[in-house]
Write a protein that binds this ligand. Structure first.
Ligand code: ZN
Length: 564
């Protein structure tokens, strides 16, 4: 392949596509033997690949520069067009599910393909197409509000990514001012953001009712293609976190307070881990690419091949820039069958974790790229095992990036992984409450968030009457808007990643072999089946959280953080 920048993009002709797909679908329905059926099945998937490839390239380019009006427009086209194609794709999946050649296809594709198809059939109704279009538009609008943030601090303009460097400054005033400015941005935009969310909740509830569900929760799970657990299992899992992890977090905050020499830490103090400053990578972006190249070169021959390809083919866009969408992601470009990594480097240690995290996703989908199109990725909780475990598999190379700060980084990384767990549960519980009571007003939603925050994050200390005190924090969490119920996935996966971390310390080659096997399975099995295949303990089972936490506790206890 040539460089990503050189890939030609042109808008697909939607009506021609529909016509071709319809014709193919007709042939599939009329197929009288296995050979014809398989051939038409492959042709239809090829049509999907062609369409999705262009949508993916467009979406990457739009996220790299949201100010580029060409791709902004193209992105709107896909937001509008995708829901219109959905009906045909569902018809295709129904045809496959009901086909007399299903057994033949099942032998070739495995049974998971059919589980995915069943979940998508369960979650679609042609009468919901307008709502789906509106849902896409609203998510895009939320992302654009955040991407266009311009926060002025001392004559310099920051965006929501680049401001993070100030937020963890060793100077308390800088931390306070920068975080106040950031939250002022959210407060100013709250009326728009809250309206977007209110509309999204209303739309989703309406779609669920039309499909015959009581509320959006069950539909949300079906859209996430979760086939082996339900909302009540998730609630029990959150309880495990509350019981086993929350006390540990409180201890960690006490240690932080001692390290920083601040008795009553304010909300803007948490992002500073060490009085001497947080660890940060000791070079610029191109230096980091070199270090990452050495790291993946030494880790395994598979990662070496993979990472060289990412570098030479321009499949990563790493630094933060004005107008760039927030956050980090990895996506897979169909057709060329290669991943793309997007991030917003901001000179913090997070640059390294985001790189190893997204590289974990990218490495996995590259390893499983030859599976059937619908089975390249598993469901999201399983995806996050690949990424979060990769963060740990790369620990032996962290000195390349952090040099004298390596111990600081390892302590910070592991603490952050642990401290994240209750936050992840809070975001999840909030969404269950919201979709259970779709009639709630914005004020009620904010109040519910604040109550949940007090339950899972009791240390958080906001000025009375402030935007955060009134429950505004959730408004910065994009998953709540664009991917409902995608958040507990990180918590489930972290419990699995801790197990890989421990195993990699016991025997790196054994743990890596198991990880490699997991990556190559891609989405060919369900979450719990994949967990089993990788030899991991099921996070839903009583006792798993406690067991997975023990080595983490031991490691953190044995570090004298007062010296860091
Ligand atoms: Zn991820």
């Amino acid at each position: 392949m040539s460089h990503f920048k050189e890939i030609q993009y042109n808008r697909p002709d939607a009506s021609l596509w529909k016509q071709n797909f319809n014709n193919g679908l007709q042939l599939l329905k009329e197929a009288t033997n296995e050979k014809d059926f398989t051939e038409n099945f492959d042709n239809l998937n090829q049509l999907r690949v062609d369409f999705d490839a262009r949508a993916t390239i467009c979406s990457i380019r739009h996220s790299i520069d949201t100010k580029d009006s060409f791709y902004e427009n193209e992105n709107l086209f896909f937001d509008e067009t995708y829901p219109e194609l959905q009906e045909l794709i569902i018809d295709f999946q129904k045809t496959v599910l009901q086909s007399p050649f299903r057994t033949h296809l099942e032998k070739k594709l495995g049974k998971q393909y059919f589980i995915y198809a069943e979940e998508s059939v369960k979650s679609f109704l042609p009468e919901n197409v307008d709502e789906l279009k509106e849902e896409n538009k609203l998510s895009t609008r939320y992302n654009q509000i955040k991407a266009k943030a311009e926060i002025k601090y001392k004559d310099k303009i920051y965006n929501l990514s680049s401001i993070a460097e100030l937020e963890s400054s060793t100077d308390r005033e800088t931390r306070k001012d920068s975080q106040e400015l950031k939250w002022n941005f959210f407060e100013t935009n709250a009326p728009d953001i809250e309206k977007i969310y209110g509309d999204l909740v209303g739309l989703r509830h309406k779609m669920a009712i039309k499909l015959g569900y009581k509320n959006y929760i069950e539909l949300g799970y079906a859209r996430m293609k979760r086939s082996d657990y339900n909302a009540s299992m998730v609630a029990t899992f959150r309880q495990q976190i509350l019981e086993e992890v929350l006390p540990l977090c409180n201890e960690l905050y006490q240690r932080q307070s001692k390290r920083l020499n601040i008795e009553n830490m304010a909300y803007y103090d948490y992002s500073l881990m060490f009085l001497s400053g947080n660890p940060f990578p000791k070079g610029d972006e191109s230096w980091m690419r070199e270090k990452a190249s050495q790291m993946y070169g030494e880790l395994s021959k598979e990662t070496d091949v993979f990472f060289q390809m990412m570098l030479t083919e321009g499949l990563m866009d790493l630094p933060s820039r004005e107008g760039k969408m927030n956050g980090g992601y990895c996506t897979f470009i169909p057709g060329i069958q290669k991943p793309f990594i997007f991030s917003n480097f901001n000179n913090t240690s997070h640059d390294v974790t985001v790189l190893t995290h997204e590289a974990g996703h990218a490495f996995q989908c590259y390893q499983s790229r030859n599976l059937n199109y619908d089975c390249i990725w598993p469901t999201y909780e399983a995806c996050e095992i690949h990424s979060m475990s990769m963060e740990f598999f790369t620990w032996p190379w962290m000195h390349l990036f952090f040099q004298e700060d390596t111990d600081k980084f390892l302590f910070e990384h592991l603490s952050a992984a642990l401290l994240f767990l209750p936050y992840g549960c809070a975001v999840d519980e909030f969404q269950h409450e919201v979709y259970l009571h779709p009639e709630m007003s914005t004020e009620e939603r904010n109040r519910i968030w604040r109550n949940i925050e007090k339950k899972y994050l009791p240390h958080r200390n906001y000025p009375a009457g402030s935007f955060l005190d009134k429950g505004g924090f959730w408004q910065k969490q994009s998953h709540i808007f664009s991917s409902p119920f995608y958040y507990i996935d990180y918590v489930l996966a972290q419990i699995c990643a801790f197990q890989f971390w421990q195993r990699s310390k016991d025997s790196f080659p054994d743990a890596w072999t198991s990880y490699l096997h997991l990556c190559s399975l891609g989405g060919s099995a369900s979450f719990l089946e994949l967990v089993k295949e990788a030899g991991l303990d099921n996070p839903f089972e009583a006792g798993t959280v406690k067991k997975a936490m023990q080595p983490v506790i031991d490691f953190l206890k044995n570090i004298d953080d007062s010296k860091l």
